[in-house]
Each structure stands twice: as C-alpha cells, then as structure tokens.
Design a protein around this ligand. Structure first.
Ligand code: AMP
Length: 371
C-alpha cells in the first residue's frame, strides 16, 4: 500500500484502507439481504465508479438477485460540472421489481436526482438507494439514502473504482486529494535575466503552471492568430504590447488551468496597470500573489546573454543591440516602478541573477521556502 499517489501532478494521501471498505461492503450486503430475503431484487450499479463496489457487494449477497448497470456523467476533473447526462439507460426488466441502486458515492445529490428521474416512468415496485460513500455534510437531503457504507467528509477521493480524470480506479484503498495552499509567484527582471530558464526549474520543483507572456505571444505569432498579428509589430520593435491586450490574454491563460497548484508569472506584469489588473483579477478568484522575485544582473551581461541567445533562438528581438536597448529602456520606464508597487505590499524579494543556473535556482528556492 502506497502512503501517497500522484495523478496528473496532484498528490493524494492514503485515507481508507481496503479492509475497512470491504467490511462496510459486507455489512451493507448483510443489511440489504435481511430486508429483501423474500424478494429477488434488481441491483442497478452506477458506472463507472461503482464497478468495484458492485463486484464485492455481489460476492457477499447471499440470496437470488439480478444485476444491471446505468451510466451517467457529471464529474470532469475535480469539480462536479452540474450537468448530468445519461450514457447507458435502464433496461425494461425493472418494471414491477424491487430496485436497489448501488452508487459509489453520494455528495451533492445531483447524480442521485438524475437517477430518481430515470426511474420515474419505469413503474418499479419500490426503489432504494445504497451508496458506499456518503458525504452527509454536503448532501442536499432531497431523497433518503437507505443504506450507506461509510460517511466521509467533503474531500475529493480516488481509488476503489473512483477516478481523477479517469485514473486511480485500480487503487485498492481510498486516497484523498491533498490540497496544498496555492503558490503564485511573479518572476521579475530585465530581458535576459534568466526568468524563463529559472521558471522551468521552479515549475517542476513546486508543481506550478508557468505562464510566459512572451512565449504565448510568440506562439500566437507562429500560429497566425489575431492576437499574434496584433502583438507582432510591437514585439518586433522591442516595444511593449498594449496593456489591454496583454491583460486579457493573461486572464485567459490563468482560466485555462482552474486546478493548478499555483502559477509562475514570467514577463507579466510589466507595467503598474498590469500589476493592478492582476491583483484585481486574482482577488476575484480568491487568489493572490505570494511573492515577486527579481533576478538582478547588469545591462552589459544581459546584452551579451541576449545576443548569444539570439544566435540559437532565432528571435529577431534578441539579435539587434538597438532593439535590446529599447527593451531595457521600456523596462526602466514602465516595469522598474513595479519594484516599489510590490515593496509596499511587502512582497518584493531580490536575488543575484549571476552565477551557475543551479546556484540561482537555489537562491530562488530559499526565498520561496521562506514564504
Ligand atoms: P519576453 O519573451 O518576456 O522577453 O517578451 C517578448 C516581448 O513580448 C516583449 O518585448 C513585449 O513586446 C511582449 N511582451 C511580453 N510580455 C509582455 C507584457 N507583460 N506586456 C507587454 N508586452 C509584453
């Protein structure tokens, strides 16, 4: 048995051992068998999550019975979408029968409502609900849960048939999502300071999503999108792309990843207006910037680094010393004032950006771990 498992970069901690689950399943089978000993009930398993529960339940059900399945869909990732669709409908055999739904988990009750709806015109004799896991804290209470195995708090769980993005169903035990506090960082510094290089390491180390506004623009230029066409003339000269365009693009990038453990903003914000817009946007999502870390290096070193990079990257704005100087000038005029913006919030940290790459990652990690 693993203490933790990782699925799609998220950590899940051991929560309920298989032995405890099996005990609960056995007890449910015994309770239902007692109530239905004189009938031949039809059990209806709810796919996919309940398949393992149904299998173990059937092994412990001692009397004659039948089994069928339905399939509904509602979870996408970590949050219930609220839309429940029927993917596999009920057979006619349920008419006039005692039906017992076998659900893996009841949380808000939305799926249950859809199930009840499914049975509304099937003329079943009676209809009971049996759920292995039951989140009583968030259940809306509209229908009685006739039998349940284990009551659990409102945690996202995987294992024993339950999935996260379709994985984790094969785990024998139940694991719960470890929701660590988000870390949101701004990497700050002149062009060539090493923001992109360092972001690549930090992103792995802290499981963060890296958003480089420069990279997003370049990708859009490459793909010939409307945004790319808009940004191209500014980037080619080494000017900043207008705030309005950049802010909208950045918001779109954050919203693509609602489950992220945190973000590294690289190359954004670059103006006070962008910083204010970022703060307001994050506030609306109950998020915040935890730290702004500046990578410090002198202009002459940076100029040399960028010209070297230009030889391999092919970026035209890295090949012409005039354009590079213009980017430094844009930084001095528009971006440098952000230092006091973040200092006033007590979030500004400065790190020496000269040295071996690993050494600099170490300096950045020390700041992050001190937060
Ligand atoms: P970078 O790759 O970060 O050096 O960005 C390359 C170019 O993309 C910049 O010189 C700007 O023209 C544009 N750009 C990137 N980020 C921003 C931003 N936050 N605001 C305005 N323009 C940006």
């Amino acid at each position: 048995m693993e203490r933790t498992v990782t699925l799609f970069g998220k950590r899940f901690d051991h929560f309920i051992p298989e032995s405890e689950i099996l005990q609960a399943v056995e007890k449910m089978a015994a309770d239902i068998a007692r109530d239905y000993k004189d009938e031949v009930p039809v059990f209806v398993g709810v796919l996919n999550g309940a398949y393992m529960f149904v299998s173990d339940f059937m092994k412990h059900y001692p009397h004659p019975c039948e089994l069928t399945f339905v399939k509904l869909g509602s979870y996408r990732g970590l949050t219930s979408t609220g839309i429940v669709e029927t993917l596999l409908d009920l057979p006619e055999q349920v008419a006039g029968r005692h039906v017992i739904i076998l659900e893996d988990i009841v949380d808000t009750g939305r799926t249950l409502q859809e199930l009840v709806h499914l049975f509304a015109n099937k003329n079943v004799r009676d209809f009971k609900i049996a759920s292995l896991f039951y989140k009583s804290e968030i259940y809306n209470g509209e229908y009685p849960i006739d039998y349940f195995g284990l009551e659990i708090p409102d945690k996202f769980i995987v294992g024993y048939g339950l999935d996260y993005k379709e994985q984790g169903r094969n785990l024998r035990d139940i694991y719960q999502l470890n929701r660590q506090p988000m870390i949101n960082l701004v990497l700050f510094g002149k062009p060539g300071a090493g923001k992109g290089t360092q972001a690549a390491f930090l992103k792995e180390k802290y499981d963060l999503k890296h958003i480089s506004t420069g990279d997003v623009f370049r990708q859009n230029i490459k793909n010939g999108t409307e945004l790319g066409q808009l940004a191209k003339s500014y980037i080619d000269k080494g000017d900043l792309v207008p705030d309005e365009v950049t802010i909208r693009m950045l918001q779109g990038e954050v919203e693509k990843d609602p489950d992220a453990a945190g973000f590294i903003f690289d190359g954004f914000p670059r103006t006070v207006a962008q910083a204010e817009a970022l703060d307001e946007f994050l506030r609306s999502k109950e998020m915040r910037i935890d730290a702004t870390i500046a990578l410090e290096a002198g202009d002459e070193v940076l100029l040399e680094r960028l010209l070297e990079r230009g030889k391999v990257s092919g970026r035209s704005d890295d090949q012409d010393p005039e354009k590079i100087r213009n980017r430094f000038e844009e930084y001095n005029q528009k971006t440098a004032p952000l230092k006091s913006y973040y200092e006033e919030q007590g979030k500004f940290h400065s790190v020496n950006g000269i040295g071996e790459i690993q050494e600099i990652t170490g300096r950045l990690a020390a700041v992050i771990e001190s937060l």
